[in-house]
Structures are given as structure tokens and as C-alpha cells.
Design a protein around this ligand. Structure first.
Ligand SMILES: *Cc1c(COP(=O)(O)O)cnc(C)c1O
Length: 402
């Protein structure tokens, strides 16, 4: 009966955008025993698991200090608080990023000043940053978007010349490298997220801040516990933003595997690059870039599909059970909640074009290799449809005239 109703050739194997299950299965015993250890001790807030993780993360990115907190968003807010950012201050950042980059600036009481991005890297355009600096600028917040470090050297020069801090939004970039140094030590304070789909993901929310500045580290440690300097002496008004011991114990297990998982992401990216080139698609589709002196960690593998073809390709892929996502569909300067900044469509043409053209493809470390083939096959088919539709559109006026 099934032979009559099912034709296996036309039922395509689903290609999930991401699955966290195979990764967990590969380390389930280690994770279970780490969780058991915390439950046996019943010490859930901060404590040894958190301080051990802090030491290990500091070692991983070569920072002097690391300070755990409740999320990547809180890491950004706490970083700005420790830098004494206040109402009236300005923080320059990108409009093409996850919402929390800019909302953290507002939550810290300051004003986000958006500048346009570089169309190749999707990261802050350093010349646009230079043009936006005013006497009220207190910090620059570059985002290492999708796992690729922002172009930091021009930002270092600006930071020194204008005496402003750099807060790295490294939430997507743990282990990424720029000229031999890792994300987290490329600015004054680095901020990471342990959201489950980040490269180092916990079993819930979590975050961490890195810095080489011992005084800032002290301040961050106070600010995450209500500004308590010890024995209920409050020097400042902080947050309740701690990393749970349970999360820390799980993250310590996962950190031991992170470099291997990152290499798997990079191998998947290399495979995509080869497949796109082999099918002659690199004129129509722009692939992620990586310079010789950097390490992209591919939290996302985002291609650019221009000429209005992105949404058609996305529809075709999804119709064939191939997962893909748009990060990010609406640039932040035109989000309703930032209307008071007075921006309009057209203010940041590169960010707006990126929002129309990017498409993130499956890249998780355990993705089966042949899934990349299915994804690129799907895009190839969709692109030939787009091309023939474009040809039809060109022929149409002649037909109408005939
Ligand atoms: C995930 C992310 C954040 C926020 O992290 P949470 O842990 O979810 O609060 C901030 N910025 C960027 C670029 C992110 O990708």
C-alpha cells in the first residue's frame, strides 16, 4: 500500500536549521554527572563552579578576568554600568545586530548612536564610527556578528584618540580571533552569551564578561550582586544578575569540547564554500568572508542573495523542508521602540540592504555533511527559477508589443 501512496524519490529528507540534540547525546553522561555534583552540594548561586568556569573562560580567551552573569544582555548592561555610562552619554553601535546590543545601551541610561555597516563583513564601518564621535561619546560597541570579529584596529585608534571605551558584543563570537587575539580581549570589556544556540550554549540563559582591567572586574563583581561591596554595604545600585552554579557546571563540560565544535562549524563553512563554487553560484550569491589573519567561528553562516531573490529562495528551501533563517529582518534604527531617535528608512543603506539580502543556512557542528549538499542543491534550483522568471520579465515587453 505504501508503494502506491508514497513515492520516496520526491520526499526530501528534512534538513533542520539547527538541532541541539546530537551534541547533548555526545556528552550526556558528563553533563549528568556535573549536574549531579551541584545537586548533591545544594550550592546554587555563584560558588566554586562559577569561579572555576570564570578561570577557564579567562584562559580560553586570554583575559585577566572573567565575571559570570545571568545573560549576554545583562553582560552588556553591566559593562556599560561599570564604565559609568550615564544619561546624556552616547554609545556608537551597529543597527544590524540582535536587539539586545542597542537595548542594553538604553537600559544603561545612554543613547545608542547607530552608524552604518561594512557590506562585506556586516560589522561596523570604522569610517562611519569616526564620523559619529562627539564630545558625548563614551563608548563604541562593535558586534562580532555571526562569529566574525569586527575590524578592530581603526576602532582602537579612535578609542585612544578620543578616550572612549570599547565594549565588545562578542555574544556570537566565543573563540573568534582577530590578528592572533581572541574576542573578549579586543576592547575594554568583552561580553558573551551562553544562550543555548550560541557556540557555547548552556541549558538556559547565562553570560560572562571578560576584561584585563582589575578595577573594572571588581566593579563588575559588585554590580552583579546589587552593588554589594560585602556585608550589605552598597556602593552603587547594581542588578541581581548571577550565573547559576548549575549552568556553570554544564558550561564547564561543554567548554572542553568547544574548540572541536568550532572546527566542525568551520569545516561545514568550507564545504558550503566549495559547493557554491562548484555549482557556479558565486556570481549570484555572496559568501561569508574570512581574512587570512582571523578566525571566523560561524555562529551563523549567512549568504547574501541580492536582486530581490532572497525571499523566493527562502520560500523554496522551506517548501523542501530545508531550514533557513533571516538574521536580522528589520534593522534596529527603524524599530518602533527607537522612534525617538528620529531615524527613517534610507538612513543606513548598507544595514537595510543586508536585512533584505541575508540568509542564514544550517551550520551547527553535528550537521550531517550531505545536508550541505541538499542546501546548496536547493538554492541552485531556486536560483535557476529566479533567473528564468527574470528572463520572462525581460521578454514580456516584446510579447506585449507583438
Ligand atoms: C545572543 C545575543 C545577545 C544577547 O544574549 P542573551 O544571552 O540572549 O541575553 C546580544 N547580542 C548579540 C549579538 C547576540 O547574538
Amino acid at each position: 500500500m505504501s508503494e502506491l501512496t508514497l513515492s520516496p524519490q520526491t520526499v526530501q529528507e528534512p534538513v533542520p536549521f539547527i538541532s541541539l540534540i546530537p551534541q547533548h547525546q555526545s556528552i550526556a553522561d558528563e553533563v549528568t554527572s556535573a549536574v549531579g555534583r551541584v545537586l548533591a552540594e545544594q550550592k546554587f548561586i555563584l560558588g566554586e563552579e562559577v569561579s572555576e568556569l570564570e578561570t577557564e573562560i579567562a584562559k580560553h580567551c586570554d583575559s585577566r578576568e572573567a565575571i559570570g552573569c545571568a545573560s549576554g544582555t545583562d553582560a552588556l548592561i553591566l559593562a556599560l554600568m561599570a564604565l559609568n555610562i550615564e544619561p546624556g552619554d552616547e554609545v556608537i553601535t551597529s543597527p544590524f545586530t540582535f536587539f539586545a546590543t542597542a537595548s542594553s545601551i538604553c537600559r544603561a541610561g545612554a543613547k545608542p548612536v547607530f552608524v552604518d555597516i561594512d557590506p562585506i563583513t556586516f560589522n561596523l564601518d570604522p569610517e562611519a564610527v569616526a564620523a559619529a564621535i562627539t564630545p558625548r561619546t563614551k563608548a563604541i560597541m562593535p558586534v562580532h556578528l555571526f562569529g566574525k570579529c569586527a575590524d578592530m584596529e581603526p576602532l582602537w585608534r579612535l578609542a585612544v584618540r578620543h578616550k572612549v571605551a570599547i565594549v565588545e558584543d562578542a555574544c556570537q563570537a566565543i573563540g573568534a580571533e582577530y590578528r592572533g587575539r581572541r574576542a573578549g580581549v579586543l576592547g575594554t570589556i568583552g561580553c558573551f552569551s551562553f544562550f543555548p544556540t550560541k557556540n557555547l550554549g548552556g541549558a538556559g540563559d547565562g553570560g560572562i564578561m571578560t576584561t584585563d582591567d582589575v578595577d573594572l572586574a571588581k566593579s563588575l563583581r559588585r554590580l552583579r550582586v546589587h552593588g554589594d561591596a560585602g556585608h550589605y554595604h552598597h556602593l552603587e545600585i547594581g542588578l541581581n544578575s548571577r550565573l547559576d552554579a548549575l549552568q556553570a557546571a554544564i558550561l564547564r563540560v561543554k567548554l572542553r569540547h568547544l574548540d572541536r565544535w568550532t572546527e566542525a562549524r568551520r569545516a561545514n563553512a568550507a564545504r558550503y564554500n566549495e559547493l557554491f563554487a562548484a555549482r557556479g553560484l558565486t556570481d549570484d550569491i555572496r559568501l561569508p568572508s574570512e581574512a587570512h589573519d582571523e578566525r571566523h567561528v560561524y555562529n551563523q553562516y549567512c549568504v547574501r542573495i541580492p536582486n530581490g531573490n532572497r525571499d523566493g529562495v527562502m520560500k523554496h528551501l522551506r517548501g523542501n523542508q530545508i531550514g533557513c533563517m533571516v538574521y536580522y529582518p528589520i534593522p534596529l534604527h527603524i524599530q518602533p521602540c527607537f522612534a525617538s531617535l528620529g531615524h527613517r528608512v534610507g538612513d543606513f543603506p548598507q544595514a537595510e540592504a543586508a536585512s533584505r539580502e541575508v540568509l542564514a543556512l544550517p551550520i551547527y557542528p553535528e550537521m550531517p555533511a550531505h545536508h550541505a549538499d541538499l542546501v546548496v542543491d536547493g538554492i541552485s534550483t531556486a536560483m535557476s527559477k529566479c533567473r528564468s522568471q527574470a528572463d520572462d520579465a525581460r521578454i514580456l515587453p516584446f510579447r506585449a508589443a507583438a
